[in-house]
Design a protein around this ligand. Structure first.
Ligand SMILES: CC(C)(COP(=O)(O)OP(=O)(O)OC[C@H]1O[C@@H](n2cnc3c(N)ncnc32)[C@H](O)[C@@H]1OP(=O)(O)O)[C@@H](O)C(=O)NCCC(=O)NCCS
Length: 331
């Protein structure tokens, strides 16, 4: 019997309707369209409005989009993973609620968080359950309502992040398609440079902390930038070398959409034709766990069976890495 590999067999996505443009941000903080565009490549992002709507709202919509497109019976889903840095609440997983709402009544569920690398790490986890032969239908959702932890008075962060969700289905494949290799790393000494501090067990939410804006994400942009450029490019080079790939045999780079300059630097490091670099940061900004599946959704019609896709991400933790996957279908 041939080895079972884990292939992505369907994609779905959802972004909220409200568009927060650079022009609107100009009226909120001391910034301008030219600065944001040249430093980040971002023109607009989507923001989820409406009281009580959290990350599960985005995750449910993305999963339903996938279910409808694929014609999937939700009762056949065995595992639902929600990759997110902004769960609905501290305890009671967002994945459990999402699964119930989409009718995945036969699934077990959990959330996983590795900040901006949540979806990349989630691919590794989802694929492992398939490769082991234990499950045949694993739904991986990347969803974040970043606007819930962003201070819209802090120009260093509010220009970058947006809300959104994307979902992929992993199924077994016997043609050798799907996830081929991964290079994943972490360095906890980096956490001081990018974090949403309060609300965790070491830093309970207090009135004093809230008064200082402790509930919001904070980053030292320049340090994060340098580490992201180095590590995303390094992981990408390593995964290419290990698998005998080069700029010609790579069909697509799907890199975490944190900053266009970080993505360009990664592509340049491997001399990749810019036409092979998936890019939608201009429309959505950094949606944390949703960037990679949102890319797949936007480029799905151009992806061909057998295409060599390199995924790369870097995020808070620090967590980073690259995954080599062979695309499994023509849409
Ligand atoms: C945030 C980021 C765009 C800032 O760009 P940068 O070139 O590093 O800019 P700096 O932070 O060094 O700031 C340069 C100047 O612009 C100012 N500035 C910061 N944000 C600004 C904004 N939105 N509009 C205008 N000016 C701004 C700074 O105050 C600083 O001014 P100063 O020189 O007078 O002190 C960039 O560091 C970045 O993308 N970092 C990585 C972020 C990231 O990827 N985070 C998520 C990881 S998954």
């Amino acid at each position: 019997m041939s080895k079972i590999s884990a292939a992505i067999t369907a994609v779905g996505a959802y972004v909220p309707d409200y568009v927060l443009t650079n022009q609107i941000l100009e009226t909120m903080v001391d910034t301008n369209d030219e600065w944001i565009t040249t430093r980040t490549g971002i023109k607009e992002r989507r923001i989820l409005k409406g009281e009580g709507k959290g990350t599960s709202y985005l995750a449910i919509k993305a999963a339903q989009d996938l279910i409808n497109k694929k014609g999937l019976n939700p009762e056949d889903i065995e595992l639902v993973i929600v990759a997110t840095a902004t769960p609905d609440m501290k305890a009671a997983s967002t994945a459990s609620y999402t699964a119930s709402q989409i009718g995945a009544i036969n699934a077990f569920t959990f959330d996983m968080d590795a900040a901006c690398s949540s979806f990349l790490y989630g691919m590794s986890v989802a694929a492992s359950y398939i490769e082991s032969g234990r499950y045949k239908n694993v739904l991986l959702i990347g969803a974040d309502k970043m606007s819930s932890i962003i201070n819209y008075k802090d120009r260093a962060t509010c220009i970058i992040f947006g809300d959104g969700a994307g979902a992929v289905l992993f199924e077994p494949n016997e043609e050798g398609l799907g996830l081929q290799d991964e290079y994943l790393r972490s360095d906890g000494s980096g956490r001081e440079f990018l974090q949403a501090t309060y609300g965790g067990s070491s830093f309970p939410v207090t009135e004093e902390a809230m008064a200082k804006g402790g509930q919001y994400a904070f980053q030292e942009g320049r340090t994060v930038f340098k580490n992201a450029v180095f590590n995303m490019a390094d992981a990408t080079v390593k995964i290419l070398d290990r698998n005998g790939l080069d700029k010609d045999s790579v069909d697509w780079l799907a890199a975490h959409q944190a900053n266009k300059r970080i993505i360009d630097a990664t592509a340049e490091r491997i001399n990749l034709d810019p036409a092979k670099v998936m890019m939608n940061i201009q429309k959505y900004g950094n949606t944390t766990s949703a960037t990679l599946p949102l890319l797949l959704n936007d480029y799905e019609s151009q992806l061909k069976k057998g295409d060599n896709v390199i995924f790369a991400a870097f995020g808070g933790g620090f967590n980073w890495g690259a995954i080599y996957l062979k695309w499994a279908y023509n849409s």
